[in-house]
Design a protein around this ligand. Sequence first.
Ligand code: CS2
Length: 493
Amino acid sequence: MTRLSAAILANAPAGVAVPNYDRSQITPGIVHLGIGAFHRAHMAVYVDDLLRDNPDWAIIGASLRRPDTKEALEPQDGLYTVAVRDASGTHPRIIGSILKVLDANTERQELLELMASPQIRIVSLTVTEKGYCHDPATGELDQRHPDIVHDLANPTAPRSAPGILVEALARRKAAGIAPFAVMSCDNLPCNGATVKRIVQKYASMMSADLGQYVSTLAFPGTMVDRIVPSTTDADRATLAGFTGMEDAWPIMTEPFTQWVIEDHFPQGRPPFEKAGAQLVEDVEPFERMKLRMLNGSHSTMAYLGYLAGYEYISDVMGDADFVKLIHGLMTEEAMPTLDMPGVDLAAYRDQLLERFRNPALKHRTWQIAMDGSQKLPQRLLGTIRDRLKSGQPFDRLGLGVAAWMRYVVGIDEKGENIDVRDPLAMRMMAIAADAGDDAEALYEGLVGLAEVFGSDLPGSQAFGETVATHLDELFEVGVKEAVKEVVEEGTAS
Ligand code: CS2
């Protein structure tokens, strides 16, 4: 079978869309850190839509951790397939907006030089929550993070995202080149302001002057949304059968896509709005809506669903009690905390439920369950804090938090091990081992993780009563029964 590459673009298989521009005419304007599946299904597609009329905005990607994306895309001249899937079928499109991928570990100086060059006017990031080396509860730089400690000692050979950004900005400043805008596309609350705070702190630890310089730069916030499950070998095989072409790393995704961007790009930007993005003054309400409605539901379904034996989100949606739980979580508990004039939240909720149901999207509960310690604060705990403030109940959200606590114990209802992936996994496992069978002790141990629960929630009686009671139920009656009980109580009240 022929491997996807620039040579076959002119004779692409029927039914496969190809770039509508000449790839030899495009030049880079964006460096993207963290060139994973999400970026390739989202921003790279928007840019692909725009390159014909804006050829100086192509992307050079960098992987900060593993060389696998570079290894997959290099023999394909940076090309890959995005396959949009739903009940109507599979719709493949070849994306050409990524010119090249650099491996930050082996090509660090090349990456820094590129980021310091005047043609790069935007540096965007999807490095996941943990890639910012911050404390998720406070949003501050974690100064004891091993990568930060390393980078402060070796500033010209950084390995963390903040370290790489600051070194590149310092080189531009020294050379008198205008700074790039830093655009985070991660699911962090107030991602622009949060990343600015982290990067500015790191820069100020390098020198007061650099800290002051970073304080003047543009960090536009964004709300990004597209569901992108990890690609499996089965996906590769299915797609190859469909296109008759081998692609080492195609991306499977849903038809829906949304991008809301704060319009703050002093060195210019591609006309993202022409590709469907919304440019706004303040992105924060959109981020909060998405984190609390979509991601809050996702995480709740991931922990409860995994424990109940559901492999995919679409399986969870086949269980009527789970659907009622998620519907109630959004309607009764999340929506009242959102202030979104002009947005029909009930319609947004219904659209989310429809997206979760997509039978063609194999989105693993285990994938979403990853890195819960970094995700819980903005997905569930912020909503709970608002509910606590107004004295309102939060039973469904509380069950979601309890399910996370039950999950990180690392043993499922059948006594089998769970592969818990989380930067705090070792600490959580030690807490679980100390607690043994005692659900109350487990609650007390986990709620003491200040990076997750801050300093307020451990002392909240209402929080403790709701979450510890649900945790106990999860052990006593099992997940499906616990969900049923919450749903029935919700209907009665
Ligand atoms: C998911 C998100 O893996 C996860 O934690 O909740 O990646 C989710 O699919 C995206 O935010 C959708 O835009």
